[in-house]
Design a protein around this ligand. Structure first.
Ligand SMILES: Nc1nc2c(ncn2[C@@H]2O[C@H](COP(=O)(O)OP(=O)(O)O)[C@@H](O)[C@H]2O)c(=O)[nH]1
Ligand SMILES: [Mg+2]
Length: 300
């Protein structure tokens, strides 16, 4: 299992057969994304969510994705220690993913790994992303339910908004509800959600409060995952999202396949010459690309 995940991360060749099997068996897992600023308590919360789901008899795979692992190796180590109480439980699997070794992009490698965990029967797949920005938003696209975690005490400066995460949330969580300002942060979030009316009123995005360390509010949060799932199923939004996801994926796969079929993408001598000519402003980069592509032979 672990070796297969590693192979997928490294985009090993000859995975297509495995992929077909994975696809045929997939589509059962509940994929829940947990995102938010570093330090907001995502990992602690996932640990508590895992305990709650285990209590409800569900198997749980956790995928901790770290786009900047070179800088935050310590954070992942902390996560390992935090999840330690689950290590002897065969109903829990924890896997960390970093950009290192994930050729072709972390979002794609993560989506392959989640598909595999789904196919082999994990009932819940929880995806944590560390860091903020586009990489995080891309990774969250593979979740059925996106949970955005915000810590209190940031005054007017709500991090979810800074990070562009307000819009992607299906569920907002103000974690560290034991700290002052938690209520204020929650009401600020609610206010902004009302202003934005981001989901067109069809799903009213809840703002929940949790204390991840003591698991306060975690059972309610897990209930909210269920409510969101029921809404996805009954509204047709779940199917719409799955379709959109598959369309994106097919696009990427078609592009991959075409790239693989291109022999000698560039004759190095011609390439170097083009670089010189562009640097010397003899030709434009676009003209160089035209010339280089004329050199490409496509296998048919
Ligand atoms: N006071 C308080 N601290 C918390 C709570 N949840 C997490 N923390 C602490 O916040 C810090 C960051 O937590 P972590 O889960 O690593 O955050 P992540 O970077 O978002 O994964 C740790 O020291 C946790 O113990 C909470 O509910 N209340
Ligand atoms: Mg973490």
């Amino acid at each position: 299992m672990t070796r297969l995940i590693s192979a997928i991360e490294a985009r090993a060749p000859r995975l297509d057969t495995a992929r077909a099997a994975i696809h045929a068996d997939g589509g059962q897992a509940r994929v829940v994304g947990v995102t938010g600023a570093p330090g907001s308590g995502k990992s602690t919360l996932i640990d508590s969510i895992t305990a709650e789901l285990r209590h409800r008899g569900k198997s749980v795979a956790v995928v901790a994705v770290d786009p900047s692992s070179a800088l935050t190796g310590g954070a992942l180590l902390g996560d390992r220690i935090r999840m330690a109480r689950h290590t002897l439980d065969p109903g829990v699997l924890v896997r960390s993913m970093s950009s290192r070794g994930a050729f072709g992009g972390l979002a794609r490698a993560t989506s392959d790994v989640v598909a595999l965990l789904d196919a082999v029967g994990w009932e819940y797949v929880l995806v944590e992303t560390v860091g903020v920005g586009q990489a995080e938003v891309d990774i969250m696209k593979l979740a059925d339910t996106v949970t955005v975690v915000t810590p209190p005490g940031l005054g007017d400066d709500i991090q979810a908004i800074k990070a562009g995460l307000l819009e992607v949330a299906d569920i907002h969580v103000v974690n560290k509800a034991d700290l002052p300002d938690a209520k204020r942060t929650a009401s600020d979030l609610l206010f902004m959600l009302k202003m934005g009316d981001l989901h067109g009123g069809a799903w009213s995005v809840p703002v929940m409060m949790t204390e991840a360390l003591t698991a306060q509010g975690v059972s309610e949060l897990v209930d909210a995952f269920g409510a969101h799932q029921r809404w996805l199923d009954s509204s047709g939004e779940g199917l719409r999202r799955r379709r959109k996801r598959m369309a994106d994926r097919l696009n990427v796969l078609v592009r991959d396949r075409l790239m693989e079929r291109i022999e000698n993408p560039c004759n190095m001598a011609v390439f170097e010459e083009m670089v010189d000519r562009v640097v010397g402003r003899a030709i434009s980069p676009q003209a160089a690309v035209d010339a280089l592509i004329d050199n490409v032979r496509v296998q048919v």
